[in-house]
Every structure is written in structure tokens, then in C-alpha cells.
Design a protein around this ligand. Structure first.
Ligand code: ADP
Length: 213
């Protein structure tokens, strides 16, 4: 994204508020000559900030701003948006996991082993399925019902939110554990966070509502 000069910014504001507006009118508002403005107007139209129509004048390109914002969104890193993972021990009962899910107000829990390494994912549906026709939820450990390694789809802190969104949509899942890989061959991953569909929606809102002016 090119950095605009103070004058180019002023021109943008004038066009935003008054467009379509001719070069002559912009020049008058800035107490400059038409010739002095020409290079700035050329830059602003070439970069896509402004559009120009013969005999109509310059007008502000709304799409340009939206596209710039969307580009920003694509490059955001998982690390800057990840939330705390809510974890349980593999030996936790399904009953306690359900309680935990409500207490923490999340949709997914992560199971870890005694060294804090990711062992499994327990989602709402996993818990509902386990509860159907199963009377003794206190005696059933989550390790029996969870999705476990090597079937867990993970994401690393340096990957982008776009990558996270793709993984969730393509795999029909609501969240991803953010991990630091200890040993890929042994499937040992240190759990450092979580990304959910809500994370993506929130990031999208934040970026799109960010003022560019
Ligand atoms: P919900 O159960 O609330 O619909 P999901 O759509 O995330 O939540 O989960 C659907 C299934 O996918 C569950 O069986 C869950 O264990 C599994 N799952 C969830 N997240 C992951 C993940 N990151 N990797 C692999 N499987 C997952």
C-alpha cells in the first residue's frame, strides 16, 4: 500500500466530500494552480484511490478502500488473534467436560496429556453423541470420545487467518488448535491457543471498521 503525502490526503478528503469534482475546483479549494496539482492527481488515479471521468471530474473510489482493507485481513497472523485454549486432561469425564464447556462458554475443549501436548479435540457434537443413551457420563473419560491425533487439523502461529478460515471451511470444523510443532513424526504438538469461526468474524469486523482516514 503506498503512503500518501499530506497534500494527496487533502485531495482525497476534498473528493470524498465533494466528488465528482473537477481538477480546477480542487485546485481552487487548495489555493493551488491546476498544474501544481497534476502530479498528485495522476498518482491518486493510477493507484486507484480516485477515478476520473472526462467532463465529469474526479470521484472517490469506495471499492478501493474496501479492497485495501480486505488485503489487510488476508495477511493477518494467527498469532495476533488466537484466544486461550480451554483444556481438560484426557482422563476427565464426559460429565465434567460438559460442565466445563458451559462454565467457559466455548464450543470446543482440547484434551492434553500430562506434558501439555495436544491429545484430542472434544466438540459439542462429540459430547452430545456420547450423552445419547449413555447413563454413566461420570465414568466415561473424554479420551474415548474425542477426535485424536493424527486426525487433528492444526494451525501454527505464523500462518494467516485466511489459511485458518480455509482449514475450518474445508474440514467442516468450527475451531483449530494453534500449536507449536515439537516433533512432526511423533505427532507431538504444544497447544498454544485456539482459533474459531468467531475469531475470523471478529477480525473481519475489526479490520473493515478500521478508519482509513
Ligand atoms: P460441533 O460439534 O459443535 O459441530 P465441530 O464442527 O468443530 O463442532 O466438530 C465436528 C467434529 O469434528 C467433531 O467430531 C470434532 O471432534 C471434530 N473436530 C473439531 N475440530 C477439529 C480439528 N481441529 N481437527 C479435527 N477434528 C476436529
Amino acid at each position: 500500500m503506498i503512503k500518501l503525502t499530506k497534500r494527496q490526503d487533502e485531495i482525497l478528503q476534498i473528493v470524498k466530500q465533494n466528488g465528482p469534482i473537477t481538477g480546477k475546483e480542487i485546485a481552487e479549494k487548495l489555493s493551488l494552480t491546476r498544474a501544481a496539482l497534476r502530479p498528485d492527481l495522476a498518482i491518486l488515479t493510477m493507484s486507484g484511490n480516485l477515478d476520473a471521468r472526462p467532463r465529469v471530474g474526479y470521484y472517490f473510489n469506495d471499492n478501493f478502500e474496501v479492497k485495501q482493507q480486505a488485503k489487510k485481513f488476508i495477511h493477518q497472523k494467527v498469532n495476533d488473534y488466537k484466544a486461550h485454549p480451554i483444556v481438560v486432561e484426557k482422563s476427565t469425564s464426559v460429565y465434567d467436560a460438559i460442565v466445563q464447556l458451559f462454565l467457559e462458554d466455548v464450543g470446543t475443549l482440547y484434551a492434553v496429556d500430562s506434558e501439555g501436548l495436544l491429545a484430542g479435540v472434544i466438540s459439542r457434537k462429540d459430547l452430545l453423541r456420547a450423552s445419547l443413551g449413555n447413563k454413566n457420563l461420570n465414568d466415561l473419560p473424554v479420551s474415548v470420545i474425542m477426535t485424536r491425533m493424527p486426525n487433528i487439523i492444526t494451525i501454527e502461529p505464523e500462518e494467516t487467518l485466511l489459511e485458518a478460515a480455509k482449514k475450518m471451511i474445508h474440514n467442516h470444523i468450527d475451531s483449530l488448535p494453534v500449536v507449536k510443532v515439537e516433533d512432526q513424526l511423533k505427532n507431538t504438538y504444544l497447544l498454544v491457543g485456539r482459533i474459531t469461526k468467531t475469531t475470523i468474524t471478529r477480525a473481519y469486523l475489526e479490520i473493515m471498521e478500521e478508519k482509513t482516514d
